[in-house]
Design a binder for this molecule. Structure first.
Ligand SMILES: [Zn+2]
Length: 94
C-alpha cells in the first residue's frame, strides 16, 4: 500500500491531476514497475481484473465498466442514468 500511495502522491503533482484522463492513467500505471505493488496489479497467481468508473456530473450519473487488466482496457460498457434530485431530497426531509 505504501508504494501505491507514493505513486498516487507523485502523480497528484501532474498538470492534469484530478481529471478523468489522469485517473484512468493512474489506474493503468505500473509505477514504479509492473508487479504486485503497481496500481494495475500483476502477479503470477493474481492480477487486477477490471476497472469501474462512476462519474457524477450535474444531473447525470455514468458508470463505465472495463473488463480485464486496466492497462489493456478499451472503451468498456457504459451506463448513464439521470439523477432525480427532488426524489432524493424528499427522502432526507423530516
Ligand atoms: Zn497492467
Amino acid at each position: 500500500m505504501r508504494i501505491r500511495r507514493e505513486v498516487a502522491v507523485n502523480a497528484s503533482g501532474e498538470s492534469d491531476a484530478g481529471t478523468l484522463a489522469w485517473l484512468r492513467r493512474l489506474h493503468r500505471s505500473h509505477d514504479p514497475e509492473e508487479g504486485p505493488f503497481s496500481i494495475c496489479m500483476h502477479r503470477e497467481d493474481a492480477c487486477s481484473v477490471s476497472m469501474t468508473e462512476v462519474t457524477l456530473v450535474n444531473e447525470k450519473a455514468e458508470l463505465t465498466y472495463h473488463a480485464g487488466l486496466p492497462c489493456q482496457a478499451s472503451d468498456g460498457l457504459n451506463l448513464s442514468l439521470p439523477i432525480k434530485r427532488k426524489t432524493y431530497l424528499r427522502r432526507l426531509a423530516p
